[in-house]
Ligand binder design. Structure first.
Ligand code: OGA
Ligand code: MN
Length: 378
């Protein structure tokens, strides 16, 4: 299968033309898709008609899928509220990040939707992702990538916005980069623990946040994260999940996070996706934040969703010269696959020392031809 990549001119976004994601790909085609994904962390494929099963097959090419195979208990889930409020098991631990939900068509492909049946049961998960976030950063191993397939759009609104956190990192002043490098931040799921939601939660939402806060631990993540495949640094914080930066006074933590979040609001870092029917979008959750924009509440918005499992975030340290990441090196270069990080890893020192492959790995984007904003892959 051959296809064309049209860069959208926005940071990190491109449209693929000529790809049918419902068909099995040969290895060569998938390698080209994967290369495009590493070059453009938001990839859009228009006019796709995929069943849940074929969407899962497509997603599985990128890695293991996060499973949603927990069938709700037969009793006690008669209402939408109860069904959505339940918890699910991930890594043998209950987490609230996706509410217990079972798509009878395919257990790994939840439906995101605001539709409620006549009996008040929910067709899908209502996604209130209105604040910038990277999915599941409150877990030890946040998602690698997410695929959404739009099967129904509201009459207006409901756009998804993406923020390129590599570019936000690149735009920081050197002293700010130095202050953030090697630090960890605490992430947590509960909005009730996050001062940015103060005054915004109704009593039920606050109570739910507190109930869940007792079930899930705080998670420490590197503030600057090294992309495990591309080697690029990016900021790994979000207003939705990041509570504070550790090891500095709270006032300094607040000031730093406010500064970073204010910078990340600049439109030059954003791609805003206006959905068409049958769009398929895959994004790299390791270097982007995203959020959904509002749409009329009487409208229906429906997506099939596939989540590709990720690994433990890590930071490889500041640039020290040739072959290292960061300033002075091509920051979009694909350097190869790094070894998995130690749990909670914050590694310092040169990339070569930590990865052992930087110079040896071929630059797999070396052959990419840019002409007329188009890249053709075989
Ligand atoms: C998600 C998400 C945004 C959207 O699926 O993780 O944040 O536009 N979705 O539905
Ligand atoms: Mn999300």
């Amino acid at each position: 299968m051959s296809f064309i990549i049209n860069s959208l001119g926005s940071p990190g976004a491109a449209e693929i033309a000529g790809l049918d994601c419902s068909q099995p790909f040969d290895e060569q085609t998938f390698r080209a898709v994967k290369q495009a994904f590493l070059a453009y962390p938001v990839l859009i494929v228009r006019d796709q008609i995929l069943s849940a099963a074929s969407l899962a097959d497509f997603g599985r090419r990128f890695g293991k899928l996060e499973s949603y195979g927990v069938r709700p208990a037969a009793s006690g889930n008669g209402t939408a509220k109860r069904q959505l409020a339940a918890l699910r098991q991930v890594n043998e631990r209950e987490t609230p990040d996706q509410m217990l939900y079972f798509n009878p068509d395919h257990s790994d492909v939840p439906i995101l939707s605001n539709e409620i049946r006549h009996d008040l049961s929910a067709i899908g998960i209502v996604d209130n992702a209105e604040m910038w976030h990277s999915d599941a950063s409150h877990r030890a191993e946040p998602c690698q990538a997410i695929i959404l397939h739009a099967t129904r759009n509201p009459s207006s609104g409901g756009d998804t916005e993406f923020c390129d956190m590599r570019a936000v990192y690149d735009a920081l002043a050197p002293d700010l980069k130095a202050e953030l490098a090697g630090r960890t931040a605490t992430h947590h799921w509960s909005k009730s623990r996050n001062a940015r939601f103060a005054g915004l939660l109704d009593p039920a939402a606050w109570e739910e946040g507190e109930r869940i806060a007792g079930l899930v631990p705080e998670m420490h993540q590197p503030v600057v994260r090294t992309h495990p495949e591309a080697g690029t640094p990016s900021l790994f914080v979000s207003p939705r999940f990041t509570l504070r930066i550790e090891g500095i006074p709270p006032a300094r933590s607040d000031a730093l996070l406010n500064e970073v979040f204010a910078l990340a609001e600049a439109p030059r870092f954003h791609y805003r996706h206006q959905w068409r029917e049958n769009d398929l979008v895959i994004w790299d959750n390791r270097c982007l934040n995203h959020r959904v924009r509002s749409y009329p509440s009487h409208d229906i918005r429906r997506r099939l969703r596939v989540t590709i499992a990720g690994d433990r975030p890590f930071y490889l340290g500041p640039p020290t010269g040739r072959g290292t990441i960061g300033e002075g090196t091509p920051s979009r270069k694909v350097l190869g696959k790094y070894p998995p990080a130690e749990p909670g890893a914050l590694r310092s020192g040169p990339l070569e020392a930590a990865a052992g492959v930087a110079d040896a790995a071929p630059n797999s984007l070396g052959h990419l031809k840019v002409a007329d904003q188009r890249h053709r892959f075989i």
